[in-house]
Design a protein around this ligand. Structure first.
Ligand SMILES: *Cc1c(COP(=O)(O)O)cnc(C)c1O
Length: 399
């Protein structure tokens, strides 16, 4: 990862189809597009590859999460349970609809802890959103059981784990709705883009209309279409969809390369007794986008992170000190630094963040280092990297 590392002729060919006829929009202009429908093809290919009845491609992964929630009727004042460790997009997408993000601890899977989820359910809870971070997944059986018991909607954010599976099913196809991102740094990229996945007919129709101003997409005259309900514009362009289509066809190739590189690094790090690896739920198969492990304590993790960097091992993240992915540094959320007035429901709904602590999440994130697995490395480079990593970590441990 990321898929852009191997951008090449296949991506250029799909792009050139679009450039040849100049129809950059995904809807309409039937006569002029010479049979090229890249966004539609991308949706069909997602449906077959990710084993889901419907895919709606949109402009970003963040948009996908908002569209999925709107499609399921989540809005003003509703509570959505999400993890403390994720990308800022998770709470942004929830708050865009006037709903309240309820942050909940993670466990040794680096994703939602089912016990913490159950403890956070209130009469206002509408949905649970696990985020499959760094190429692996949440315990989907446990979360599905909770959703069933409390009649909640399950929305998977598999933006960072496209290509991973749980009990044989692709991530994103298991919940009521799945979301993925095709942004520039994901395992497959469209430059910018995302998708909503669902087996639910109504959620699909809602996503299709909502992401295009509420258009019903009946017939082939956009001006004559009706609007059964309000929507926004979260459309993807044909240019982006073309790149995404070529990359999606290469997903298995990318996962295989990552698995090979990941396995070499993991085997090397396994020789260090102080290291434990993140837990992958039973029946899960990672996308191998990251190798994530735990060190004995925060101090060692901080030092190891620095020694790794200084030894030239790039792209290893210590998220405890990172501004993007962990609650600890999200002061703009805690202080609700909004450009415009925020509804009183969201304001009072977020008050808990002023005082709440997340010791259990800290326990894992403080000690975690996650290293990106690249597609462009040669085997020699991976072996050299493995040696550098082992040396950096053992020298930190022995200090
Ligand atoms: C990248 C990402 C998103 C958002 O994707 P964009 O396409 O950049 O909007 C959402 N959730 C997670 C976990 C991500 O990593």
């Amino acid at each position: 990862m990321p898929g852009f590392e191997l951008f090449g002729d296949k991506e250029r060919k799909e792009l050139n189809d679009v450039l040849d006829n100049g129809i950059l929009m995904r809807y309409g202009f039937d006569g002029m597009r010479k049979g090229h429908w890249k966004a539609k093809d991308l949706e069909k290919t997602l449906e077959s590859k990710l084993q889901v009845k419907h895919a709606q491609v949109v402009s970003s992964g963040t948009a996908a999460v908002s569209v999925a929630m709107a499609a399921a009727g989540i809005g003003s004042g509703d509570e959505v349970i999400m993890p403390t460790f994720t990308f800022v997009a998770s709470f942004e997408a929830i708050m865009m609809l006037g709903a309240v993000p309820v942050l909940v601890d993670i466990d040794n899977t680096l994703t939602l802890d089912p016990k913490a989820v159950e403890a956070a359910i209130t009469p206002k809870t509408k949905a649970i959103m696990p985020v499959h971070m760094c190429g692996s997944m949440a315990n989907m059986d446990a979360l599905q059981a909770i959703c069933k018991k409390h009649n909640l909607i399950l929305i998977e954010d598999s933006s960072q784990a496209t290509g991973a599976t749980y009990k044989g099913k692709p991530l994103g196809s298991i919940g009521d709705l799945g979301c993925l991102s095709l942004d520039f740094v994901k395992i497959i990229t469209a430059g910018e883009g995302g998708a909503v996945l669902t087996n639910n007919e109504k959620f699909y129709t809602n996503s299709d209309h909502f992401s295009d101003h509420g258009h019903d997409h009946k017939g082939n005259d956009r001006g004559a279409e009706t609007h059964p309900f309000l929507g926004y514009n979260f459309r993807i362009s044909e240019l982006h969809a073309a790149v995404g289509l070529a990359q999606l066809r290469r997903l298995d190739e990318f996962v295989a390369i990552q698995k090979k590189n990941y396995s070499i690094l993991r085997e090397a790090l396994s020789t260090i007794p102080e290291i434990t690896f993140r837990t992958v739920p039973e029946g899960g198969e990672e996308s191998y986008s990251f190798l994530s492990f735990f060190l004995p304590d925060l101090d060692i993790a901080r030092k190891a992170s620095k020694v790794l960097k200084d030894s030239g091992v790039d792209a290893c993240f210590h998220y405890y000190d990172n501004n993007w992915h962990y609650i600890r540094k999200w002061n703009h959320l805690k202080d609700i630094k909004s450009l415009y007035p925020i509804s009183s429901e969201v304001k009072s709904g977020l008050k808990y963040l002023q005082t709440k602590t997340f010791e259990q999440s800290d326990h894992y994130i403080a000690r975690n280092i996650s290293c990106l697995i690249k597609l462009s490395w040669t085997e020699e480079q991976v072996r050299e990297r493995a040696q550098l990593m082992v040396h950096a970590i053992t020298s930190t441990l022995n200090k």
